[in-house]
Design a protein around this ligand. Structure first.
Ligand code: NAP
Length: 276
């Protein structure tokens, strides 16, 4: 029987996941269908029970339910528990298990384009301290030799991100002004705030025009394809990556978890690029 997968959120109309997931099933002969479900917050528990009752093997979770789904799942991975946010659920042995793939997806996208197997002793600037930044920090902080500066408008939030992994001794919380003043020291920058997103495309959280030439700048925003942050990085001569590959990697990781099929990230990226 054809498997059913999905995404829950509110609003959900603009989700790209149905397009890229269904296209990928077709291209890879996976007998499945992916459906977006609009859920009202007061129905969240019933919705999750309903998905389980009809045998949905996996679903994604998007705004505003990433934190709210936790009490309704049977188990939650260590990473998702740490950051108290789930964006992927898998039905395994009759249990709904929650994961957070944001950090892993970002890391795999960056390592692929940096053409390295893993980060070593890079100096990294993480801009932002929201939900995506938490997951990315948690992944980055698994590398003890990577030096991480977290710069955010609200310092308390950056402190909370730092507390996700206190065993990482190489992390500092700094202001956005401090980050700007030492911008030429970084090898890798990751922009995780919503600043620069369509329609406010002229904005950037930080000026990075004096970035060093061999740096790598990643912005997890994918609309527009090149944010002001990435334009400045490119002008400085740095290598750049937008958020599309992270989004594609996230979907690749879901398909692997749900169906055990390893689909090609470049193929998924192509679908996204054609659409956006
Ligand atoms: P979030 O939890 O709401 O965090 C927003 C962040 O932006 C916070 O650090 C916040 O700083 C900062 N910010 C917002 N307005 C600001 C302003 N005017 N000045 C300075 N800082 C400001 O959001 P999120 O869920 O982490 O998502 C952030 C972005 O990542 C969104 O654009 C989202 O679409 C994108 N994203 C992409 C992917 C992907 O697969 N490519 C995945 C997840 C998210 P404060 O702490 O000071 O408020």
């Amino acid at each position: 029987m054809q498997e059913l997968f999905g995404v829950i959120g509110n609003p959900i109309r603009h989700s790209l996941s149905p397009l890229i997931q269904n296209q990928s099933y077709q291209l890879n002969n996976i007998d499945a269908h992916f459906q977006a479900f609009h859920v009202e917050e007061e129905n969240l528990e019933h919705a999750i029970k309903g998905l389980k009752a009809i045998g949905v093997k996996g679903f994604m979770v998007t705004v505003p339910f990433k934190n709210k789904v936790l009490p309704y799942l049977d188990e939650v991975s260590e990473t998702a528990k740490k950051i108290q946010a789930v964006n992927v659920v898998h039905l395994f042995n009759g249990k709904y298990i929650g994961y957070n793939f944001d950090g892993r997806a970002w890391l795999s996208a960056v390592e692929e384009d940096m053409e390295i197997n893993e980060l070593t002793s890079q100096n990294v600037l993480l801009v932002g301290a929201g939900g995506a930044a938490q997951s990315i920090y948690y992944s980055l902080s698994q590398y003890p030799n990577v030096k991480i500066d977290i710069g955010n408008r609200t310092k308390e939030k950056a402190d909370n991100v730092r507390r996700l992994n206190l065993s990482h001794k190489n992390t500092d919380v700094i202001s956005l002004d401090e980050a700007e003043a030492r911008i030429d020291k970084y090898d890798l920058l990751v922009q995780t705030t919503s600043i620069g997103m369509f329609p406010n495309v002229e904005n950037t959280p930080i000026n990075i025009s004096s970035l060093k030439k061999d740096a790598f700048a990643s912005d997890i925003i994918y609309n527009p394809k090149a944010t002001e942050f990435l334009k400045q990085a490119k002008e400085a001569g740095a290598q750049i990556q937008n958020g599309m590959k992270m989004l594609a990697s996230q979907n690749v990781l879901c398909i692997k978890k749900w169906t055990n099929n390893q689909v090609d990230v470049e193929e998924m990226l192509k679908t996204l690029e054609e659409h956006l």
